[in-house]
Write a protein that binds this ligand. Structure first.
Ligand code: CP
Length: 319
């Protein structure tokens, strides 16, 4: 079966997940993003690559970083950007997701950037558009349920490559609530595809998927053991909104065992970088002394996100 994200020429048609995405395409996104960092940092003016195209931001779940950086990225590529206000759209009157999509398609949309609480919503939209012979419209998953957040995974890879250069010599730890995290799944898929020899996940049993080893990672429940000699620490947010039942005794207890503090970070390599996709819960998964400290590259991640999202949109548009 053809990869639903690729067209018959093997080019990116939609970006739905990093799972199954060829290494060449991941590398092409990172390579394409590199010169765009100058545009993202406003050292170079806008580029005309998406002139005349309309990008619709459909965020059915809240967002600060992803929605805003997609908007900036599309504007730096000279696209027209439409941010659908879901709370005042006809979704609130019961219109279905696909009827909304059909109506926006009739307004000559070229790209949909979709965040949704339900895993699979962007895939559903992409299948619908392809079935309706609307192959010229591209779908980008901006985070769906627990499933995937591919542009976050890609910007994280861009950040790691920027600071560490060679993926094939790294030990990377992903810490915290892996169970509910779409970011963790995209990170694991990207790191293993790019040849990182050791990817560790660290967390309590209740917050790790039962068969997480099958994703090609080493599991640690003791954070100090898991952080020993790592090059990269990727912290995750506690996804309280997706938890059902008591998976944790308390956030204080979680911080004691799995919060990243300066003394736990001492177990990592002296030049280790600390990442977080945001939004951060200070004092729950990360101590402010680390979040604002010399190892943190959390704000550069956000800036790199503009360039990476520019690259994804430019590639989808055939540039
Ligand atoms: N990392 C991330 O997806 O952040 P937002 O929810 O603010 O978009």
């Amino acid at each position: 079966m053809r990869n639903p994200q690729l067209n018959k020429n093997g080019e990116l048609q939609h970006l739905l997940t990093i799972d199954g995405l060829p290494r060449e395409i991941i590398t092409a996104v990172l390579d394409t993003a590199a010169p765009f960092t100058e545009v993202a940092e406003r050292e170079v003016k806008k580029l005309p690559l998406l002139r005349g195209k309309s990008v619709f931001n459909l965020f059915f779940e809240s967002s600060t970083r992803t929605r805003t950086t997609f908007e900036i990225a599309a504007k730096r590529l000279s696209a027209d950007v439409i941010n659908l206000n879901i709370s005042t759209s006809s979704t609130s009157k019961g219109e279905t997701l696909l009827d909304t999509v059909d109506n926006l398609s009739a307004m000559q949309a070229d790209m949909f950037v979709v965040r949704h609480a339900s895993s699979g919503a962007p895939f559903l939209i992409s299948q619908h558009l392809d079935a309706m012979r609307q192959e010229h419209i591209h779908v980008i998953n901006a985070g769906d349920g627990r499933h995937a957040h591919p542009t976050q995974g890609l910007l994280d890879m861009y950040t790691i490559r920027h600071y560490k250069k060679d993926f094939t010599k790294l030990t990377v730890a992903i810490v915290g609530d892996v169970l509910h995290s779409r970011v963790a799944r995209s990170q694991i898929n990207a790191l293993t595809t790019l040849g990182v020899p050791e990817v560790r996940v660290i967390g309590p049993k209740t917050l790790l998927p039962a068969d997480v080893e099958k994703l090609g990672v080493r599991v640690f429940h003791d954070m100090r053991a898991g952080l020993k000699d790592v090059d990269v620490v990727m912290m995750l947010r506690l996804q309280n909104e997706r938890m059902q039942g008591a998976l944790l005794p308390s956030s204080e207890e979680f911080f004691k065992y799995y919060g990243l503090t300066p003394d736990k970070l001492e177990r990592a390599r002296p030049d280790a970088i600390v990442m977080h996709p945001g939004p951060m819960n200070r004092g729950v998964e990360i101590d402010s002394a680390v979040a604002d400290g010399p190892h943190a590259v959390i704000l550069p991640q956000v800036t790199f996100g503009i360039a990476v999202r520019m690259a994804v949109m430019a590639m989808l548009a055939g540039n």
